[in-house]
Design a protein around this ligand. Structure first.
Ligand SMILES: [Zn+2]
Length: 266
């Protein structure tokens, strides 16, 4: 069996990541998120549906391909039918002998939501105040891997790539967590800021993935099991395209295009 880590770069659109940035893990491909917003996207991913390819196949075949991929990731024999009736990945993995963990302060992971099911340990960073940068998440993952005597499934959501990209010199606009449209003068955004913000996300993604690569070996070294890593994003981000900024309940190619790479680290 393999440990499995689903590492989500919040809001990181596909073209913010250099195609070589994840070559140490596997080929990075363009995939499409199931939603342009955090909660529904996380909901889909935790049902076992990773960001999808863009092929004209039937829904039934899409389910079959998606669910069968978890056999290779986990190293255990899973059928597409294994996901029924719950369609809830943490439940399936827990029943298969995994301990399941979430390292995230994404609001939809609070204790009252439907997402909060079958986790053995949650909100580590809320309790330890370590933070949600990739560096801190890698430390948390290392801790879990080194202390667990059973295979683990970890979901980690990094805010490095979420506006304002954890930098302290970008405008902070109330309500900007979702999207803003219309009169930029009211929001305090100017066209020069948008290009700067787009570069800031790409820089944040680059730093985040360099940090991840540099800490990967020590992160995985404490576990006797190999660890299958999936690195992707829950949705993209818009920087003024068609008048939109951010992410939320609107539609644009760049909002749905996300990076996707996976591979086994021994
Ligand atoms: Zn998000």
């Amino acid at each position: 069996m393999n440990n499995v880590v689903l590492f989500i770069l919040d809001s990181c659109r596909y073209d913010s990541v250099d195609e070589k940035a994840l070559s140490w893990l596997g080929d990075m491909s363009k995939r499409w998120s199931w939603s342009g917003w955090t909660l529904p996207s996380h909901m889909c991913m935790l049902s076992g549906l990773m960001p999808h390819t863009n092929e004209p196949i039937s829904a039934a075949r899409a389910y079959w391909y998606q669910f069968r991929e978890w056999s290779d990731r986990t190293g255990i024999e899973l059928e597409a039918s294994s996901f029924t009736p719950s369609y809830w990945l943490p439940a399936l993995l827990s029943e298969s002998g995994y301990k399941t963990y979430v390292l995230s302060t994404v609001p939809c992971f609070n204790s009252h939501t439907a997402l909060n099911r079958v986790w053995h340990f949650e909100d580590l960073f809320l309790k330890t105040h370590v933070g949600l940068r990739t560096v801190a998440l890698m430390d948390g993952i290392r801790l879990i891997l080194s202390e667990s005597s059973e295979p683990v499934f970890i979901v980690a959501t990094s805010f490095d790539t979420h506006y304002p990209y954890l930098l302290d010199n970008l405008p902070r606009v109330s309500g900007i967590r979702g999207g803003v449209t219309g009169d930029w003068s009211e929001t305090g955004f100017f066209s020069c800021d948008l290009d700067r913000m787009k570069r800031a996300q790409a820089d944040a993604a680059s730093r985040s993935l360099i940090a991840m690569q540099s800490k990967m070996q020590e992160t995985c070294a404490g576990s006797e099991l190999p660890t299958h890593w999936i690195v992707t994003a829950d949705h993209g981000e818009l920087f003024g395209e068609e008048g939109y900024f951010g992410h939320g309940p609107f539609v644009h190619d760049k909002l749905f295009e996300v990076p996707f790479a996976e591979g086994l680290i021994k």
